[in-house]
Structure formats: C-alpha cells, structure tokens
Design a protein around this ligand. Structure first.
Ligand code: CDP
Length: 219
C-alpha cells in the first residue's frame, strides 16, 4: 500500500503524512528532505545550488544505507536550505538520481531502525504524478499562500527562531513559482488525486478528512 501526498511548501503535507504513517503503521519518507540534503551539501561546499555538475555530484554521493542519518540533520529545516532545495530540484539529472532512491523506498519501505514495513507514505511534489503514479491513495494538500506563510511563521516563532512574515511570503511564492513552472516533474495534482484544501482546516481536521476519504474509497 502506497499513499502519495503532494502539495506546495508549508501546506501541511509533512504533518498529514506522519499522522497517516503512524495510523497505518507504514514507513514514511519526506522526499523534500532528499532535495534539501542535496541543496545543503552544495551550499556547504560553497557552490551554487543551480550548478548542474555540483548538484548532481552531491545527489550521487548519497549512500542509501545512511539515508536516515543524512535526513535527520536539523539544518535541513532552515528556509535557506528549502530555497536551495527548490533550485537543485529543477535539475533533471538530480531528479533522476533521487527518483531511483524514492522508488526503491516505495517498493521496499522500511522504518528508521531498518525493519521492513507493509506500506509507505511519501510526501513531496511529484509523488502521485512521477515517483509512484500507481499509488493506492493520492492526496494533493494545498492552502492559500497567506495561510501557509502564517503557519511557517508560527512554526519558526514557536521554535524560537527569527521570522519575518514578508520574507517568508516572498520565499513561498518564489518556490511555488519555481516548483510549478519547471519542465521536469512540476508541482501539480495527479489526475486521480484527492485535493485537500486546508486553508480553513487545522492539522487534526485535515487528518480526519484524509482518514474519511481512505475509509470511503479504500475500505
Ligand atoms: O517543507 P516544504 O514544503 O517547505 O518543502 P520540502 O517538501 O522540504 O521541499 C523542498 C523543495 O524540494 C521544494 O520546494 C521542491 O522544489 C523540492 N521537491 C521536489 O522538487 N520534489 C519532491 N518530491 C519534493 C521536494
């Protein structure tokens, strides 16, 4: 069983994905973190995330066995890393390397301790369209740019980090634009995706709506 969750930045995909993975006891992969890890590696090397050669080299350097350790680096959550991620994500050769990693995970999902799982929840931008076009359940989670900015702002504040509303809104709009307009695997709902607009929902309501959808359509 594969559950694909796509949507724009800060729409609440990650929280929903984790809640569903916990509920069904499936393994979870935040695919955005893979792109973030590539963006971060390029920044750490002092290079430009839009540099095809550098970004592809960084993607190829991943050892799938140590993926959990790589993805748990807290620096991956930073806004600057998110922006670098959306730059490396435009590069087709980077996507190709990461595509294989994601498909391998979807085919043979495993938990953080390495034990195999009966199902997988993947969240990203192109899971339902490209990575797992045959996923059993597909959600496209979205919300207005302003609501998403409010959420990210609050998240940063709660974590005691500096947060500027206007800067976050600009960053979110920029990333939406770059993610939706790129030629390879752009952000868009799969034809068979259930669109969940969470502008007027909190995390619990979005989770409940997703569970209801699964119960009705995949009983
Ligand atoms: O958490 P947030 O929604 O801010 O972003 P993320 O899911 O961590 O993804 C960071 C960036 O990686 C996105 O802006 C996309 O450009 C890229 N990405 C992608 O292209 N394809 C995916 N399956 C996941 C992320």
């Amino acid at each position: 069983m594969i559950i694909a969750i796509d949507g724009p930045a800060a729409a609440g995909k990650g929280t929903l994905a984790q809640n569903l993975a916990k509920h069904f006891k499936y393994a979870f992969l935040d695919t955005g973190r893979l792109y973030r890890a590539v963006g971060y590696a390029v920044l750490q090397a002092g290079k430009d995330p839009s540099d095809k050669t550098e970004a592809t080299k960084a993607a190829k350097a991943f050892d799938p066995k140590s993926i959990n350790q790589i993805l748990s680096n807290p620096a991956l959550r930073e806004e600057a890393t998110g922006n670098a991620a959306s730059k490396v994500a435009v590069i087709p050769s980077v996507r190709e390397v990461l595509l294989q990693l994601q498909r391998d995970f979807a085919e043979h999902p495993f938990f953080e301790d390495g034990t195999p799982a009966k199902g997988a929840v993947l969240d990203g931008r192109d899971i339902g369209t490209v990575v797992c076009p045959k996923a059993d359940v597909k959600f496209f989670v979205t919300a207005s740019a302003e609501v998403r900015t409010d959420r990210r702002f609050k998240e940063l504040k709660d974590a005691g980090k500096p947060a500027d509303y206007d800067v976050i809104l600009k960053d979110i709009k920029e990333r939406d634009e770059r993610d939706s307009k790129r030629a390879t695997a752009p952000l868009k709902p799969a034809e068979d995706a259930y669109v969940l607009d969470t502008s007027n929902m909190n995390a619990t309501q979005a989770y409940q709506a997703a569970l209801d959808f699964i119960a009705i359509n995949h009983a």
